[in-house]
Design a protein around this ligand. Structure first.
Ligand code: PRP
Length: 179
């Protein structure tokens, strides 16, 4: 990993900390007195989740999922394979899905539909970023931190070929890295 791989810093560590703080305050207000099941969709969302939960003062349990999605924004269909499912029975639980970035919306639209079949008390989405694009897959995240330009972004959990996840900021990857 080289410093020059990042063309531009989009969101600094301070920007991200502010977004996390604001979102956590809203979640604390909305779920006051409730117990939350925070479900992280690995791997990218792990960094955001780790920062977010440390700002929550409601009771929190954690679980994790690994999913793979196939499809593109141009397709109205697509599939999501659950590679590693929850270990928690979510019936009657308030589920908060944590996502680092919503791109086509395929992953979350399929996942929410699947989780709804398990009779949770509620399923909501907390997304750090949403791409500024037209979406084929309707999705209604309750919490969205930032609108992200339609560029190849890495850092704060997001990768290119599993690299750059540890950057404390979100930046645009230079084309020379992947062209
Ligand atoms: C990314 C991101 C979302 C998904 C969003 O995960 O974390 O899960 O893609 O894309 P969509 O809205 O078009 O479905 P990725 O598959 O890159 O896995 P990773 O988090 O392990 O890097």
């Amino acid at each position: 990993m080289h410093q020059g791989d990042i063309k531009k810093v989009l969101f600094t560590a301070d920007d991200l900390a502010g977004v996390v703080e604001d979102m956590a305050a809203r979640i604390n207000a909305d779920y006051a007195g409730e117990k939350l099941l925070v479900v992280t969709i690995l791997k990218g969302s792990s960094v955001f989740m780790a920062d977010l939960i440390r700002k929550l003062d409601v009771d929190v349990e954690l679980d994790f999922m690994v999913v793979s999605s196939y499809g593109s924004a141009a397709q109205s269909s697509g599939t999501v394979d659950i590679r590693c499912d929850l270990r928690t029975d979510i019936a009657g639980r308030h589920v908060l899905l944590i996502e680092d970035i919503i791109d086509t919306g395929l992953t979350l639209s399929k996942l929410v539909a699947e989780l709804e079949t398990r009779d949770p008390a509620s399923v909501e989405i907390a997304a750090l970023m949403i791409k500024d694009i037209e979406r084929e897959h309707a999705i209604e995240p309750r919490y969205v931190g930032l609108v992200c330009p339609d560029e190849f972004v890495v850092g704060y959990g997001l990768d290119y070929n599993e690299m750059y996840r540890q950057l404390p900021y979100v930046g645009v990857l230079d084309e020379k890295v992947y062209s």
